[in-house]
Design a protein around this ligand. Structure first.
Ligand code: WTA
Length: 669
């Protein structure tokens, strides 16, 4: 295994053609972005269309210090633009109309199609017109629950074109979770598809939406329009037979088929000119107190940041084919499947299925089919694929690859090396991109042609980003050391607020250390100045790249009448990165048995989604608590991994509980 000192140099052939080809050049550009943001971002902004020009006096303002007044960030305030215009019309005018924007690859290898920039613009205009005819206006929220199909991209850009705020929810969240999010953003229009095949599993998305809409109605909120893409009947089912969707129930007056309204609509739609600081989209992310947070991104700064990070971090050149495997329902799908690539007139692959269908080499097959040059995926996928025989990778021609990306969680050196050697043939750069739903785009990452790589290090800040490490007292750690990862100023893509909850925005991200945006992650700086993200420092856990809070899962578990108290901790997992280990105290009348275990797992799946299902549930007649009644999770984390080195337990009300829990670890733990 490589040590912290082991460094892998970028391939000289890659450096030679890269936009940034040496560490020196990166450092110069970085310094300029910090010293003179107006100049740095102003030059980038010139590539885009601004209907009302940028006012240099209002280029960039912010306050990060809660003691000095409300927190705010504004970039390019007063300028107006439209993102869909910049991603589509501008590219068509620049001669990219016939260029492929997306190659769509279906779950089944027999299903594929493509969409050019010109055609994408037409489809976006059609849907924009339909949305307008349904009464959607600037500022209205549109809820989206979609699989990885071209209509999902069309939906996002149609919202952007008319100034509606899209609110996508990953189509793996349960009906309850989706309903909670629709209610929070008060969306009156919902866009979905009848269903989707993921591997051999059929997901009936419209049914889930029906349940969500019914739940909303119970709470007095009515979704007025639900547009449904008829997808299942046009694709190949896993067993080779076409399935019919005439069973999809459609509610008269509310539900409409996409194909009955969109193709008829006009292919031109004048864009709504938006203020740079007008909302573009919201996206929910887990909060450590349970209720999801509606992260809000705005127009001008997000455009600049998505475009610039995409260009430099993937070193995208005009004839490259780029593929990001992230689902469109996560921030990675927003910034690096849709906005970033299209802002650069890129050609991308949009893949509907899983890495394992029809076989465990599907990713590599798709890379060679489309001659992919940049491939971006998550460590959890890499770890899952590493388990299979090397021949599954080796039998495919992966020689077109230049840059390999990783996102979502720390990548362990073993997975990094497998990716580097087997997939990248030791000639590709690996970009380990650290960022968050809140940051809008990459904030720490190596640049592929410039930065010598260390396996597992997110390395250096992107342009305009100023990371700082703080100790518990808020003192800056200079040089080598480990601490809270915070940022001392905003970059253009940082979120602006939490939807309808600016107080929570301030208290979650800015209260702990006045003057800094607090990521909630820890990081270490090594002797060479590289940054290594060490993981969450709050009560959040990251299962297969899905962030969730322990509080969120605990509150679901305690909903069960048999559960008196629950405590959830993260435990390391070889493939998922982390998994959930739950401690349950039953009520006096309940029994901890297989039925209860099954019910609890099912409850979590229903309330949150299948990805949140606990790996272990342990019977805990009592929990380790301080005298003031606070559960000591530090100790529970030790029990979860069966590490008896629990440290100081003198503050516990009853220290015997610890031994009881160790000896009662379940057989599957
Ligand atoms: C974690 C995903 C280490 C981190 C884009 C962060 C990472 C959270 C990395 C955000 C990385 C993401 N190395 N940790 N390269 N990338 N994380 O909002 O804990 O879904 O705070 O955004 O994922 O997850 P989110």
């Amino acid at each position: 295994m490589p040590s912290e000192k082991t460094v892998y140099q970028p391939n000289p052939a890659l450096s030679k053609i890269a936009y940034v080809s040496s560490l020196n050049q990166y450092q110069e550009m970085y310094q300029r972005s910090i010293d003179n943001p107006e100049d740095f971002w102003g030059e980038i902004a010139k590539q885009f269309h601004w209907e009302t020009p940028i006012d240099i006096n209002k280029f960039f303002r912010y306050n990060f210090d809660v003691t000095k007044g409300p927190i705010f960030t504004k970039w390019l305030d007063g300028a107006t633009t439209n993102i869909s215009y910049n991603l589509l019309d501008r590219n068509v005018r620049n001669g990219n109309g016939d260029k492929v924007a997306f190659y769509w690859e279906g779950n089944h290898p027999d299903d594929y199609s493509r969409l050019t920039y010109k055609k994408l613009l037409e489809e976006v205009c059609r849907l924009s017109n339909v949305l307008k005819s349904k009464g959607v206006q600037k500022g209205d929220r549109v809820a989206v629950y979609m699989p990885m199909i071209l209509e999902a991209v069309v939906t996002i850009l149609a919202c952007a074109r008319i100034g509606a705020v899209h609110s996508l929810v990953f189509a793996g969240f349960s009906a309850d979770s989706f309903a909670e999010r629709i209610l929070d953003c008060e969306a009156r229009v919902l866009i979905t598809s009848d269903g989707v095949w993921r591997g051999e599993k059929l997901l009936q998305l419209k049914n889930i939406c029906d349940q969500s809409m019914a739940r909303c109605a119970q709470k007095g909120h009515n979704v007025e329009t639900c547009i449904v893409v008829s997808h299942l009947q046009r694709v190949t089912a896993p067993n080779g037979t076409q399935i019919k969707t005439n069973k999809t129930p459609m509610q008269e007056g509310r539900d409409v088929w996409w194909h009955e309204v969109v193709p008829q609509a006009s292919t031109s739609c004048y864009p709504e000119w938006m203020q740079a600081e007008d909302p573009l989209f919201m996206l929910y992310t887990s909060g450590s107190t349970g209720k999801p947070k509606g992260v809000l991104h705005t127009t001008g700064g997000y455009l600049l940041y998505a475009a610039t990070t995409f260009k430099y971090v993937f070193d995208y050149h005009p004839n490259d084919v780029y593929w990001c495997t992230a689902d469109i329902g996560w921030i990675t799908g927003h910034t690096y499947v849709v906005y970033g690539p299209l802002a650069n007139a890129a050609t991308s692959v949009l893949y509907e299925g899983t890495p394992f269908y029809p076989d465990n080499d599907r990713f590599w097959e798709v890379v060679s089919k489309y001659k992919v040059s940049q491939f971006y995926t998550a460590p959890t996928a890499i770890r899952a694929l590493m388990k299979f025989d090397d021949s599954l990778v080796k039998k495919h021609d992966l020689s077109t690859l230049k840059v390999l990306g990783s996102v979502g969680e720390p990548i362990n050196p073993e997975a990094w090396l497998w990716y580097y050697r087997l997939v990248g043939h030791e000639k590709c750069s690996i970009v380990d991109t650290f960022w968050q739903t809140e940051t809008g785009g990459h904030v720490l990452t190596p640049l592929p042609g410039a930065c010598p790589m260390k396996p597992g290090a997110a390395s250096f800040p992107f342009f305009g980003v100023q990371p700082v490490l703080l100790d518990e007292s808020g003192k800056e750690i200079k040089g080598e050391g480990e601490g809270y990862l915070v940022f001392s100023r905003p970059w253009p893509g940082l979120m602006r607020t939490l939807y309808n909850n600016h107080d929570r925005y301030e208290s979650t991200y800015f209260a702990k250390f006045p003057g800094y945006y607090c990521t909630g992650d820890g990081a270490r700086r090594d002797a060479d100045g590289y940054l290594w993200v060490t993981g969450r420092v709050d009560d959040m856990l990251n299962v297969s790249g899905h962030l969730m809070s322990t509080a969120e899962v605990e509150s679901v578990l305690t909903e069960h009448h048999g559960v008196a108290e629950a405590a959830v901790v993260a435990r390391p997992h070889p493939v998922k990165g982390e998994c959930l280990y739950c401690f349950i105290s039953t009520t006096d009348t309940a029994h901890f048995d297989d039925k209860l275990l099954k019910d609890l797992k099912q409850l979590v799946r229903e309330r949150i989604g299948p990805f949140a299902q606990p790996d272990v549930i342990q019977d805990a007649p009592a929990l380790p608590k301080t005298r003031s009644g606070k559960i000591m999770r530090r100790i529970l984390r030790k029990i979860a991994v069966n590490d008896r080195d629990v440290g100081d337990i003198s503050t516990l009300a009853d220290s015997a509980v610890v031994e009881q829990l160790f000896s009662a670890r379940p057989a599957n733990a």
